[in-house]
Ligand binder design. Sequence first.
Ligand code: SF4
Length: 666
Amino acid sequence: MDMKIGNTLPGGYCNSLTEYSRWHTREVTIGSVPMGGSNPIRIQSMTTVDTMDTIGSVEQTIRMVEAGCEYVRITAPSVKEAHNLAEIKKELRKRGYTVPLVADIHFTPNAAEVAARIVEKVRINPGNYADKKKFDQLSYTQIAYQAELERIYTKFAPLVKICKEYGTAMRIGTNHGSLSDRIMSHYGDTPEGMVESALEFIRICEDLHYYNLVISMKSSNPQVMVRAYRLLVEKMVAEGMNYPLHLGVTEAGDGEDGRIKSAVGIGTLLEDGLGDTVRVSLTEEPEFEAPVAIALVNRYKTRQAAAYDQESSSLGQYPYSPAPTAHVSTEVNTFIGGSLVPRVVVDISGKNLKDPAILTDVGYKYDILLDKYHMGEQSVDFVYLADKLPSFAMPGNLKQLYDYRIWVGINDKTNIHPVYTLAEFVEANLRDTQINLVRICRADLSTSRFEALPLDSTIVFVLETNELHGMADQRLFFSLLAELGLENPVIIRRQYPVEEFTGPQNDLMNPEEPVSKLQLYAATDMGGLLIDGMGDGIWIDAPSIPVDKLVSASFAILQATRSRISKTEYISCPSCGRTLFDLQETTQMIRSRTNHLKGLKIGIMGCIVNGPGEMADADYGYVGAGPGKVTLYRGKEVVKRNVSSTNALDELIEIICGDGRWVNPE
Ligand code: SF4
């Protein structure tokens, strides 16, 4: 090894938990586009057409490059496709495109050894490079484990030597869903297992004096993914390594859910200065992925360190805990906090408050005939009306929030609660007996006004920030609050001014701007806290975004952080050259009949080779088994093999019904 960088980082797994700076990794050569070191965070994606379709692959690669991809990955399932990478590369160079190509390898060392002589980088999955996953050996003695490592060394060393000789880079890309039996036997499918899976292969590379490595720790569960990357950094630093990180949430799905899941995972790590390249993985055309990755990464171009005069020794105490306990709160009158799921607050003060139909946007559908409201899984808990009074009766279970000075004057305060500034609450003559929301920011904690705050169990803090590095600022607040021994619930509020969502830079995000940018920002800012167990509620304040979009984004963030489940979760692969059916169409078809099954996780995977492993913790799986054929899974167990795709969805629903997990849609 040519460097040692010490054995701990000041922030544990990053440079600092409060000040923004990128973790400095070693520079890796990947064709003409180096990664790591002081290079920008690179953008990349993967083709979906058959690798044997040379022109199709070339044209899709060009579309991806035009969309902003700096590396393009292409699957090489066998030696035949690996050889065809030479044709694709030749045609691209002929057309003037020098983009580095990456071969994606699973199970086939011989394909990797061919590809490594052709393309600029090879991605291998340590879970299946030298192993066939059989789920049949569940315990290994130390001797058997060691023998396995020696077998892997023998199988893997030839590829390393080729990469060294040809100057080819390598990504050691661990996936949560496809860990080897050996790793599973010792660690289970845990972040620890994911990290060790990569370290085994890194150590072999280092033993052979090969360091042109990039590492990834992907999972479709952002919480697992974030913990695995953090742990990886900590372990790498302890072993004197600083390889660049490739960030991604695998099988994130499509549309809003796919974007929000990706942002929760990727954005959380970017906030901590981790990540040298990003691949957003959507079940959509691959050229739609780069703009999302660019929007995530661009936020850090101007991010600067901000030093605070407050410190907290307990900050970051639980970065890898399986049961986050970063913020313990006490329940306030069954409204919020304690073991209750995080609440959703939305501002409707700008709506037409003469029309009860406006509440449809916040999940309360008004039935004129019955003169009542219908609620759903995504009905918000609190609406903020500022100083505007509606001229219709609100639903009985919807709590209304008013500015304190207005609330004071309202006679019937049933379901009506005040929002104070800190100064107002300290000086207030009248306080609510049930719940008092007090706006606060981190710096307030060290003021005399905060010292004068009459603390009681009805207070819920509405945590705001004006800091550019806002997630870290709010994280510090939670830590300081814990040090003060305060268990009041906290609603995370983030404000996104109108100007942030207008202007030419938003063209990047077409066709869905400005909503998708809001999804990415809010998912990063709030997801980064919720994923660590901080936050009893969220309040996205973005006046330029329609209210129904704010509601939908709020619930999607809670779902992605697994803190409040309100809908079906789809773990769908982005598709690649192995895909056996139209993933976008199939996902939509499955969604149209199952999207009312709250809490169920359905995996939709394009191929039987990787699909079953990659769908990780899905409850049911719909996996391409051959042309026109689908294999159906319950967890990891095959229930029906090679079903015709014409009736595969009906059969899947039958299985769900048989398990007693089906409910009829309303
Ligand atoms: S699961 Fe999907 S993305 Fe992964 S290899 Fe199979 S078809 Fe390709």
